[in-house]
Write a protein that binds this ligand. Structure first.
Ligand code: S3P
Length: 448
C-alpha cells in the first residue's frame, strides 16, 4: 500500500549528459493480469520479470486471500498455483488494493461471478475513484454491490450465485472496465460479449487466449466486438513479462530534454495499444529511434534510443491516439513545456479520474514552475517555452500519484531552478527503482 507512510519530499536539479542503459521494470498491466489469470488457471503458472511494485504486490496478496498459492522464488521468478475458474474462496479479511485502480477493478470482475462476498478498500487516492463503471456491468451478471456514496470504496460485492452471460458496450474508453467484464464472463455459462468503441490496451484478450480461453475480436462499424466463451479450464502458462512502456516514458523524456543525453531503454513492448507516446514524441521532432525491432511473445518489442532533442515543436496530439498513451500525458506535458509552440491534448477526460486528476495536478504544478497551461473538462494546452527556458523553482503536489511525482522530477532536470514534489513515496507503486535508475543515468534527483 502507498500513501500511508511518511511523505518523501524529492527535488530534481538541472542535469546534463544522461547516458547509459535504463533497464525499466516489468509491465504493470501484464503483471496484474499474470497473477489474476494464474490464480484462475488449474495448476502452476510461472512468471519472470514481474513488476514488484506495491500495486502488483497488493494483487499478489489478494490472490493468496482467494486461495491461490503465490510464491516468489530465490531466482526472482514467481509462481501461482491457481484454483480454477469459479474456484475463488471467500477471503477472511478485507482486500486492500492500496493505490491500484487496475488491481481492484480486475479483481472485482474476477470474483463477481463466484458465490462469495468480498469487501474492498484502498488508499486515500483509490477510495476517491469511481467504481460504478465496473459494478454497473457486474450487476448484469447478477453480482450485488454496497459501497459508499458515488460508487466509491470501501465496497462489498456479493458475487452471483447463478451468473448469466452479458453483452455490454463499455461507455468510457477503459481497459480496466473491459477486463473486469471479461474476467467476470469467465465464470458465466455461454458467451459474454464486450463492445468497445475505442481500442484500449488488449493484454487481457491476448492473455486469455494464451491461457486457452475461447475468445475472438472482430472490428465492426460499432467498434471492437470481443466474444468470450465462459467456463473454460484455463491452462497454466509460463509468462515472461515485457518491460513497461509507461515506465520507459520517464527516462526517454528525461533524455530528450536534458542537454547532451543519449540513453538506451532496452526491450520495450510496442504493442500499438500502448505505444502512442513514442509516435507523438517523434512527430514533435524527438530524436527517438527503435533499434532491433523484433517480435517477442507475439508482441512487437524494440530497444529505444533517446537523445537530447533541442528543437522539438508542439503539436496537436490526435484524439484517436489518446487511449494508447493515456498514462503518458503527464510526462508528455513536461516535454511540451520544453518544446516550441503549443501542444494541444484533446479527448482526455479520463485523465481526471486516474490516481489523481492528472490535468489539474500537472496544470497547477507546471504553472507554479512558470509554464502557461489552459484547460477544459476534456482538453488541455501547454504553451512551450523552448528547451531549457522553463523557470522551475516550485514545489508541486503529487496527490498520491506516482506518475505526477515522476513527471515533475523529469521537469526539474532542465529547468533553471530545481523542482520539488511534496511526496515521491507513490513512485514505489509502479517504478520502485526509479531513483537508482535515474541516478545511474546521471540525473540529479534527490530526497530532500
Ligand atoms: C490499465 C488501464 C488504464 C490505465 C491503467 C492501467 C490496465 O486505465 O490508465 O494505468 O492495466 O487495464 P483505464 O482502464 O481507467 O483507462
Amino acid at each position: 500500500m502507498s500513501g500511508h507512510g511518511t511523505p518523501i519530499p524529492m527535488t530534481s536539479y538541472k542535469s546534463t549528459g544522461l547516458s547509459g542503459v535504463a533497464d525499466v521494470p516489468g509491465d504493470k498491466s501484464i503483471s496484474h493480469r499474470s497473477l489474476i489469470l494464474g490464480a484462475m488457471a488449474v495448476g502452476e503458472t510461472k512468471i519472470t520479470g514481474l513488476l514488484e511494485g506495491e500495486d502488483v504486490l497488493d494483487t499478489a496478496k489478494a490472490m493468496q486471500a482467494f486461495g491461490a498459492e503465490v510464491t516468489k522464488h530465490d531466482d526472482g521468478s514467481w509462481s501461482v498455483h491457481g484454483v480454477g475458474v469459479g474456484g475463488f474462496a471467500e477471503p477472511d479479511q478485507v482486500i486492500d488494493c492500496g493505490n491500484s485502480g487496475t488491481g481492484v477493478r480486475l479483481i472485482m470482475g474476477a470474483m463477481a461471478t463466484c458465490p462469495i462476498s468480498v469487501t474492498f478498500t484502498g488508499d486515500a487516492s483509490l477510495n476517491k475513484r469511481p467504481m460504478a463503471r465496473v459494478t454497473d456491468p457486474l450487476a448484469l451478471f447478477g453480482a450485488q454491490t454496497v459501497g459508499r456514496s458515488g460508487g466509491r470504496l470501501p465496497m462489498t460485492i456479493v458475487g452471483a450465485d447463478s451468473p448469466v452471460p452479458v453483452k455490454y458496450t463499455v461507455p468510457v474508453p477503459s481497459a480496466q472496465v473491459k477486463s473486469a467484464v471479461l474476467l467476470a464472463g469467465l465464470n458465466a455459462p455461454g458467451q459474454t460479449v464486450v463492445i468497445e468503441q475505442e481500442a484500449t490496451r488488449d493484454h487481457t484478450e491476448r492473455m486469455l487466449a494464451g491461457f486457452g480461453a475461447k475468445i475472438s475480436t472482430e472490428e465492426t462499424n460499432d467498434g471492437r466486438v470481443i466474444t468470450l466463451t465462459g467456463q473454460p479450464e484455463l491452462k497454466p502458462q509460463t509468462i515472461a513479462v515485457p518491460r513497461d512502456p509507461s515506465s520507459a516514458a520517464f527516462p526517454v523524456c528525461a533524455a530528450l530534454i536534458t542537454e547532451g543525453s543519449d540513453v538506451l531503454v532496452p526491450n520495450i513492448g510496442l504493442n500499438p495499444t500502448r505505444a502512442g507516446l513514442f509516435d507523438t514524441l517523434r512527430e514533435m521532432g524527438a530524436d527517438l529511434t527503435y533499434e532491433h525491432l523484433r517480435e517477442e511473445g507475439g508482441e512487437p518489442v524494440a530497444d529505444l534510443r533517446a537523445k537530447y532533442s533541442p528543437n522539438m515543436k508542439g503539436i496537436e496530439v490526435p484524439e484517436w491516439r489518446a487511449a494508447s498513451m493515456i498514462d503518458e500525458y503527464p510526462v508528455l506535458s513536461v516535454v511540451a513545456a520544453n518544446a516550441e509552440g503549443q501542444t494541444v491534448m484533446r479527448g482526455v477526460k479520463e485523465l481526471r479520474v486516474k490516481e489523481s486528476d492528472r490535468i489539474d495536478a500537472m496544470a497547477t504544478g507546471l504553472r507554479a514552475n512558470g509554464v502557461e497551461v489552459e484547460e477544459g473538462e476534456d482538453w488541455w494546452i501547454v504553451t512551450g517555452k523552448g528547451i531549457g527556458n522553463v523557470p522551475g523553482g516550485a514545489t508541486c503536489e503529487s496527490h498520491l500519484d506516482h506518475r505526477i511525482a515522476m513527471s515533475f522530477m523529469v521537469l526539474g532536470l532542465s529547468t533553471k531552478a530545481p523542482v520539488s514534489v511534496d511526496d515521491g513515496g507513490p513512485i514505489a507503486t509502479s517504478f520502485p527503482i526509479f531513483e537508482p535508475l535515474m541516478a545511474q543515468l546521471g540525473a540529479d534527483v534527490r530526497r530532500s
